[in-house]
Design a binder for this molecule. Structure first.
Ligand SMILES: [Zn+2]
Ligand SMILES: [Zn+2]
Length: 407
């Protein structure tokens, strides 16, 4: 079976995958413009029969591989995605290929994602005559809060015109540094949350700290809003459809003896359904305004929209499960029992077309994975032995989808 051979093909190019990953890891780039990373990918894949699509808003590129096996009609098209950007944080791994740029680190494993995707391109190009249809490899910058996937969609790099519609399915992998080596996990429905930010400004009237009755102190009102928001989450939302509201920052005042005019709160909102996403905004305003009124001050709630909910198509998850079991064995697949309240901008792609993201466990083989540092840690590590496994699963999902579509 084709999928069984993919692991051998991916393992045969493991050195290429690892060296691309290390080159990207050593020179992390941030945001929507990752030209050096893009150039490394282009150089690594220059010998392959790929057509490249690039577009004005980002350094993201889509490499297109046309299979040469007769399709017997309209061939299917499938997209595989890897992200390329790093985080603005120091690295403390002590690796010989650690970041050479102060204050930047590939701590979310996007270097590994890009390298696995490039590996999948290499594996599938070598099997071009077995592919009936088209594979798009999406190399995307700007995942860490920059909406890179949305820009690439808006630039038309994934298609979306009558002549060149969007692909029929999309798959992506995200490494998980504190999950068992070689495990692939996924779930149908909500996988990751929508993430919005809020800023609440409470305005009163400042004055002397010894005579609060002559002022309208915004601080007690702000504190009451923080606790009321937690009660709002537990009392106004169905606990089976999780909502998280976390106040991460409070600011007010300048001195021990001065009551401030204003206090501000900011934080994050995580939701798993569009209904709750809208309802949180409405209720936060209701709560903040009501509490402010009770304290004789006013409140203003600002919301900055982040990524939507990442929703995986059940058929795509079933396909990934089958492919994983064929390639890595029965025990490699794990059905995730619940969504994770993190967020991911692959959600924009999955809003437009059916597909799925899976997690790949990359904790060092043989170590206690639960003790390993998680994503976004300055000590986050990837066991590179897992990279060919991820490459094979990506290539397998594309191959299986072109062969069978969703069954
Ligand atoms: Zn991240
Ligand atoms: Zn990430």
């Amino acid at each position: 079976m084709l999928t069984a051979e993919l692991l051998a093909s991916a393992t045969a190019i493991a050195d290429n995958i690892v060296s691309l990953r290390r080159a990207i890891h050593a020179e992390p780039e941030l945001g929507l413009h990752t030209p050096k990373t893009r150039d490394k990918v282009r150089a690594a894949l220059a010998h392959l029969p790929l057509e490249w699509r690039s577009g004005p808003s980002t350094t993201g590129e889509v490499a297109v591989l046309q299979g040469t096996r007769p399709t017997g009609g309209a061939g299917r098209r499938v997209l595989l995605r890897g992200d390329m950007d790093a985080l603005p944080m120091p690295e403390q791994t002590g690796l010989e290929f650690a970041s050479t740029i102060e204050g930047r680190m590939h701590a979310c494993g996007h270097d590994a994602h890009t390298a696995m995707l490039a590996g999948a391109a290499e594996v599938l190009c070598a099997r071009r005559d077995e592919l009936a249809g088209e594979v798009m490899f999406m190399f995307q910058p700007g995942e860490e809060g920059y909406h890179g996937a949305r820009f690439m969609l808006e630039d038309g790099l994934l298609g979306g015109t009558p002549d060149y519609p969007l692909p029929d399915a999309a798959f992506a992998l995200h490494v998980m540094s504190n999950a068992p080596f070689g495990m692939i996990g996924g779930r149908a429905g909500a996988l990751l949350a929508a993430a919005d930010q809020f800023d609440i400004t409470v305005t009163g009237r400042g004055g002397h700290a010894s005579m609060p009755h002559d002022t309208r102190d915004p601080v007690p009102a702000a504190c009451a809003i923080v606790t009321a928001l937690q009660a709002m989450v537990t009392r106004r939302f169905n606990a089976a459809d999780a909502v998280v509201v976390t106040v991460t920052r409070m600011d007010a005042g300048t001195a021990h003896n001065v009551i401030a005019d204003q206090a501000s709160l900011r934080g994050t909102i995580r939701t798993l359904s569009p209904d709750h996403r809208a309802k949180v905004r409405e209720l936060m305003r209701e709560v903040a305004n009501g509490i402010a009124a009770a304290h004789g001050v006013t409140a203003e709630v600002g919301i900055t929209e982040g990524f939507p909910v990442t929703i995986c198509d059940g058929r795509a998850v079933a396909l990934g499960r089958e492919v994983t079991r064929d390639i890595l064995g029965e025990d490699a697949w794990k059905d995730l029992p619940a969504p994770i309240m993190g967020a991911e901008d692959f959600a924009y792609v999955l809003e437009k077309l059916p597909g799925a993201m899976f997690f790949l466990g990359v904790a060092p083989s043989g170590e206690n994975w639960s003790q390993c540092c998680g994503l976004h840690s300055s000590r986050m590590m990837v066991d590179e032995g897992a990279l060919p496994l991820g490459t094979a699963v990506l290539a397998g999902c594309a191959t299986r989808f072109l062969e069978q579509g969703f069954t």
